[in-house]
Design a protein around this ligand. Structure first.
Ligand code: APR
Length: 167
């Protein structure tokens, strides 16, 4: 099982082998964390995303990291669930995002990976429940990834992830 750490910061500045973006199905970039990563990686990221997309919610696909600084080699694009009240399988789709990102990281031989709080922004997934799903799914994984970094963009998200990890 990978070591899991929580940090507060900008995921586009993390020094891991792979960073995960919370994309939309086109993989051509958007706002939020996806926008930050596309701005940092450069326009080739959207071109590479368009070439392999669309990506189903719950799935994950990798591209090179282009202009992102080493050691980042890959951007793993995943599409979270749009929150519709919790009765439409949103929790399972979110868990699938984390599982599939780890599977893709293993296929790439990435040993360290950074995740944003997938689906908790524009897609409206309740952050506390999302933090519990993220931590539980990662803790149950048998992936070869050695280090997982959960990157919170603000103090509230950071506190929720730390609490989820401690429980
Ligand atoms: N680094 C780390 N986390 C960030 C950053 C950043 N630079 N910018 C935003 N975040 C956090 C947000 O605070 C939120 O907690 O990422 C989390 C996910 O929010 P969104 O980026 O809105 O992603 P999501 O809710 O999954 O919605 C995806 O938004 O940008 C569009 O194209 C994207 O359609 C897709 C949708």
């Amino acid at each position: 099982m990978a070591a899991i750490e929580v940090v507060q910061g900008d995921i586009s500045l993390q020094d891991t082998d792979a960073i995960v973006t919370a994309a939309n199905e086109s993989l051509m970039g958007g706002g939020g964390v996806d926008g930050a990563i596309h701005r940092a990686a450069g326009r080739r990221l959207a071109i590479a995303g368009a070439a392999i997309g669309p990506c189903e919610p719950g799935d994950a696909m990798a591209t090179p990291a282009f202009n992102l600084n080493p050691p980042v080699k890959y951007v793993i694009h995943t599409v979270g669930p749009v929150w519709e009240g919790g009765e439409y399988g949103e929790a399972e789709v979110l868990a699938s995002c984390y599982r599939r990102c780890l599977e893709v990281a293993d296929e790439l031989g990435a040993r360290t990976i950074a995740f944003p709080a997938i689906a908790t922004g524009v897609y409206g997934f309740p952050a506390k429940q999302a933090a519990r799903i993220a931590v539980t799914t990662l803790q149950l994984s048998s992936a070869l990834v050695e280090q997982v970094r959960l990157v919170a963009f603000d103090q509230h998200a950071y506190d929720l992830l730390v609490a989820a990890l401690a429980s």
